[in-house]
Every structure is written in C-alpha cells, then in structure tokens.
Design a protein around this ligand. Structure first.
Ligand SMILES: Cc1cc2nc3c(=O)[nH]c(=O)nc-3n(C[C@H](O)[C@H](O)[C@H](O)COP(=O)(O)OP(=O)(O)OC[C@H]3O[C@@H](n4cnc5c(N)ncnc54)[C@H](O)[C@@H]3O)c2cc1C
Length: 372
C-alpha cells in the first residue's frame, strides 16, 4: 500500500471529479465505489445547470456558489475533453420557466420579481410569446420567464468522461468495493477498511453522497448530517416530429432534451429514505404534470424509469470542507445541484487538500456550520 495516495470514498460525480483534479495536480488517487462508478444519483440526474431558475429566497451564498460553478463549466469541460476525448455536451440554449395555470402564474410572478430585484437576467413572457419560442408548449400556458443563462450538460457523458480521465491520468477506481469504515487515531485519519482489510492513507475524502452519514468509524462531530431525498425521473425518446430544444421547467416538473434524442422528464422529491423502487403514483404525477405543459409527449416512447437519492444536508446546502480530524475531507450534500456544482467542488476541494486553503466563496459550506 502506498500511503502517499489519497483515498476517495464514493465514485459519483463528486468523488470522480475531485479525484481527477487531484491527479491533474500530480497526486496519486484511489477511488472506492461500492457499486459501479457514477451509476447512482449522478447517472439518473437531469443534468440541468440552473443557478437562476433555482435561486431560493434565503440562499444567497448558495446562489453565488452556483453562479461561480456555471462560470467555470466551459473551462472544466475543455480540460475534461483534453483528458478524456469525451464531449459533455455543454448546451447554452437557455431555460424557460412556465406557468400552466393561474396559481402557477402568480407563483412565477413572485419568482420573476425576486430575480429582477437581485439583478439576475430574466425576461417575462406572455403565453403566446412563450409558445413562439417553444412551439411544443401547450396552448394552456399562461406565462413564462425566459432565463438565457441557465444551461445543461449530458450528465452521463460527464460521468463517462470523468472515469476515462481518471484512468488516463493514472488513477485507480475500485468498483464493487464498499468502504466498510474509516480509521481515526489521535484525531487524525489513518486509513480505511475495505474487503475486511485495513489500508493506510494519510488523506481520505468522504464523497459517498446520500450514504455519507452512515460511514462507520467517523467521530460523531464530523458525521455529516446528510439524508437521501428520493427522486423518480423518466426518460422519453424524442421523435423527428417532436422538436423540443430548450430546458423547460414548470412549478412541478421539468424537461431536459438531450442531443442523442433522450428527453429527461422529472422529478419527484420524496422523503422516503433509501426506498429504491419507482411507484405508480410517482410516474403518474410526472406524466400528468408533464403532459399538461407539453401535450406532444403523449406518443413518445417511455424508455426508462429511474430512482436516485439526492444527498441532502440539514440546510439543503452542500458540505465542501476539511474537518477537525486531520486528513479527513468531506464533499457531499449537493442535493439538487450536484452536477451544477461539480466544477467548483472539484477545484475548491483540490485547493483545500493540496494547499490547506479555502476561499471566501466556499467558507459558508464548511461542516462547522452545523455546530453553531
Ligand atoms: C432525479 C434527480 C434529478 C437531478 N437533477 C439534477 C440536475 O438537473 N442538476 C444538478 O445539478 N443536479 C441534479 N441532481 C442532483 C445530483 O444528481 C446530485 O447532487 C449528485 O449526483 C450527487 O453526486 P454524488 O457524487 O455526491 O452522489 P452519487 O452520484 O450518489 O455518488 C455517491 C456514490 O458513493 C457510493 N458509495 C456509497 N457508500 C459507499 C461506500 N461505503 N464505499 C464506497 N462507495 C460508496 C455510491 O454507490 C454512489 O455511487 C438530481 C438528482 C436526482 C436524484
């Protein structure tokens, strides 16, 4: 065992991207993944990059982090293409928030006013203006808000690219290898237990998403308060006649059309622990709401029904942080923004691990906030 290597627990988008950036800085990296790398929340995600549509009233620090991360995406995508040869389809067609009835129109108006007030780029559209820009919309649409700067990527390509890039840079991904516990001695990390064996590491990154709280061996004061939030999400297949280009979001569902013809439609947000099966009610909810906004989906083939677990912290904001245990770092709790926050998490975490520094931008996302 090479104890100069950095161990990363969790091979989702967060663990893979941190590992890849550490490799780019000349570090040795081993990623441990209990199942197949990238096939959990990161795979079933819709891949939307939506800092403006998702801006919350009380979440200014998170908004700043989200805006910074979307700004970093072009550089991140270029670096990733350089290392992997895979294009992640960073698409800048923009996003439209839509209201399908009068209640939603009232709600949308409040969201629009808030975004105007904090000077985010948004444009109010009537129902007919919205349909001119997106002819697949139902004639029932009451109004819409155009958001030119919310984008999307193909999150599955992002995963495949990260796996390739990690391997090309000499990193190791141990799939089907769950980490059983971390080892801590004198408040310093000493390694991990896998396959019933103890392995020595001086630095360990806990990046196992919704499962992070349950990691054995963590002292209680560094156990991240993260829970799974179940999301059911569908994949439809677009036909030649169905020409949706932009990301659409109503108050209840969204549509993310991908270059390869998939149309991702989601999602439920459910507090059901790790319940891993889709339900008739969940699928009915998504399809009914989606059909009301875009009736043309009715005849599209339904290809996949997926379930994923968003890692959500107590305040629904990410934890990107060193800890009071020497050599232990945590990157989880990305909730609905894990794909969007991939670049900033990877760059900032690399800086924390290599230089021992965290920027002002990242300070609000320290684990320490839960002690106050
Ligand atoms: C339905 C849905 C739609 C979404 N849409 C979007 C979106 O449009 N835009 C956006 O930005 N975000 C979106 N998200 C959120 C985003 O997908 C997540 O925030 C992100 O994928 C979290 O990445 P992660 O690497 O932390 O977790 P995961 O991808 O879940 O990866 C964690 C990995 O850790 C592994 N693991 C667990 N325990 C262990 C262990 N003991 N040892 C080793 N490995 C372990 C797991 O097997 C898993 O592969 C969505 C999420 C869902 C569920």
């Amino acid at each position: 065992m090479n104890d100069n290597a950095i161990a990363i627990i969790g091979g989702g988008v967060i663990g893979l991207s941190i590992g890849w950036q550490l490799l780019r800085h000349g570090k040795q990296v081993e990623i441990f993944e209990s199942k197949e790398a990238g096939k959990s929340a990161s795979w079933v995600s819709a891949g939307m990059l939506a800092p403006v549509s998702e801006a919350g009233f009380e979440e200014m620090d998170l908004l700043n982090l989200n805006l910074e991360s979307i700004k970093q995406f072009p550089k991140f995508a270029d670096e990733l293409k350089e290392d992997s040869g895979i294009d992640i389809d960073f698409r800048t067609e923009g996003t439209m928030m839509i209201a399908v009835d009068r209640d939603q129109a009232e709600h949308l108006r409040r969201l629009y006013e808030f975004r105007k007030k904090i000077e985010l780029p948004v444009e109010w559209l009537t129902g007919s203006e919205a349909r001119e820009r997106e002819p697949e919309l139902s004639p029932a649409i009451k109004s819409a808000v155009w958001i030119p700067n919310d984008y999307q990527v193909d999150n599955r390509n992002l995963i495949l690219a990260l796996i390739e890039a990690v391997k090309k840079r000499g990193g190791t991904i141990h799939e089907h290898t769950p980490v059983e516990s971390v080892s801590v001695s004198d408040n310093t990390i000493t390694g991990i237990f896998v396959n019933g064996e103890s392995k020595t590491y001086r630095k360990v990154v806990l990046a196992n998403g919704a499962w992070a709280r349950d990691m054995k061996g963590l002292p209680e004061d560094v156990r991240p308060p993260v829970r799974p939030v179940k999301g059911q999400i569908l994949t439809l297949r677009m036909t030649k006649e169905f020409t949706l280009q932009k990301v659409l979001r109503s108050q209840k569902v969204y549509f993310a059309p991908k270059k390869d013809g998939r149309l991702i439609v989601g999602a439920t947000v459910e507090e059901k622990g790790f319940e891993s099966y889709p339900t008739a009610g969940g699928v009915k909810f998504i399809l009914e709401e989606a059909w009301e906004a875009v009736p043309g989906i009715y005849d599209l083939p339904l290809e996949e029904i997926n379930v994923g677990f968003r890692p959500s912290s107590r305040d629904n904001e990410p934890i990107i942080s060193d800890t009071s245990v020497g050599g232990l770092y945590i990157a989880t709790g990305h909730f609905r923004h894990g794909i969007l926050l991939t670049p900033v998490t990877a760059y900032e975490m690399t800086n924390i691990i290599i230089n021992g520094k965290s920027s002002e931008l990242i300070e609000p996302f320290s684990l320490l906030r839960f002690k106050q």
